[in-house]
Design a protein around this ligand. Structure first.
Ligand SMILES: N[C@@H](CCC(=O)N[C@@H](CS)C(=O)NCC(=O)O)C(=O)O
Length: 335
């Protein structure tokens, strides 16, 4: 859980604003992290009050005069993610999203989705996927910053965000060993999802079964962010994942509208800010190109590990038909 420690001043402010009652979510649903919360509340069918956080340092104000297409649906008030008020309410973290539950503030999208899923007694397959997103979140976010966001934010003089959250990343900030180690973890994450989708009878926009779950909420943004922010060729490397994302995008679940319609514009700016560096060789796909030999291909799907586990079990248990037993074990295995 990621409860935010609030000062007495912050607690008074929450109470004054009435944000200490029920579920109050903070963020712009066009953001890749915040959309998870918005989709989660749709999946749960729970009421939630939204306070919009804009990518700037604006003081708290009404959303009445704003372009409704740019506003988090339902939000009547907004403030900047870099504003002093949000710094106070987020315990100094100054990022989005956050969820206040009866006066207790929580941050980190996947932590929040996990908390909601545990409260709902979500099935193990759903919890397992939320856990995958939660435990990979920091690394995936760093890679997105490195190959995508940091150049965009540097190009705007960090007008949209806090400089310290982004300026350790980007061209020249990390060495090849760092990039290789992090992209290996990105590969493990996406390969796992690709394997899970490959095991499904049909790709339908849902990671588990055929209705949207909190797993879809937690995993919502990763395919688009890696494709359009980091510039990874997701559709070619992970075709099932991309097909699933395409179906999900077309179904445009409630809560995801601002992300599906608004986020691509931000992605275009990120691509433009990275264009020259990518042409000069600072680009993520090179870490996938080196993998195109047979061993890496098999490893991507865990083929050797699955096979040797199955063979070891068969050697131990000595079933009458070892080939059939291996086939059955392979069918069951997902690791
Ligand atoms: N791990 C966090 C990441 C939060 C995050 O980086 N949010 C971005 C928007 S998607 C943000 O607030 N950026 C502004 C900043 O960091 O200054 C989560 O999943 O909630």
């Amino acid at each position: 859980m990621s409860e935010v420690e609030l000062t007495a001043e912050a607690k008074v402010l929450l109470a004054e604003k009435g944000w200490d009652k029920g579920y109050v979510a903070f963020g712009s649903t066009a953001s890749e992290s915040t959309v998870r919360l918005a989709v989660a509340f749709n999946v749960l069918g729970k009421p939630c009050t939204w306070v919009m956080l804009s990518f700037d340092d604006k003081l708290l104000k009404s959303t009445a005069d704003e372009d409704p297409n740019m506003i988090t649906p339902g939000a009547t008030e907004m403030m900047g993610v870099k504003s002093d008020m949000w710094k106070l309410l987020s315990g100094g973290r100054a990022c989005m999203p956050a969820l206040c539950v009866d006066g207790t503030m929580f941050m980190d999208s996947d932590e929040i989705v996990k908390m909601l899923a545990v409260q709902q007694n979500a099935p193990p397959e759903v919890l397992e996927l939320i856990e995958l997103s939660r435990t990979s979140n920091a690394i995936l976010s760093e890679v997105l910053k490195h190959f995508g966001w940091s150049a965009l934010h540097a190009s705007t003089g960090y007008a949209m965000c806090t400089k310290e959250h982004y300026d350790a990343f980007g061209e020249g900030k990390k060495d090849a060993a760092w990039e290789k180690a992090k992209t290996d973890q990105v590969k493990a994450f996406f390969s796992k999802l690709e394997g899970i989708l490959a095991d499904k009878p049909a790709i339908n926009g849902c990671y588990v079964g055929d209705t949207l779950t909190l797993a879809d909420a937690a995993l919502f943004s990763w395919p688009l962010s890696f494709s359009d922010v980091a510039g990874l060729n997701v559709s070619a490397e992970y075709p099932k994942l991309w097909e699933n994302w395409t179906k999900l995008k077309e179904s445009r679940p409630k809560g995801s509208e601002r992300f599906i319609l608004g986020f691509p514009t931000l992605c275009e700016y990120a691509s433009a800010a990275n264009k020259a560096a990518r042409e000069g060789g600072f680009e993520i796909n090179k870490y996938w190109r080196t993998d195109k030999d047979g061993r890496a291909y098999l490893e991507q799907f865990g083929v050797q590990a699955k096979l040797s586990t199955a063979v070891a079990i068969v050697m131990k248990e000595r079933p009458a038909n070892p080939i059939r037993a291996i086939v059955e074990l392979l069918k069951k295995s997902r690791e």
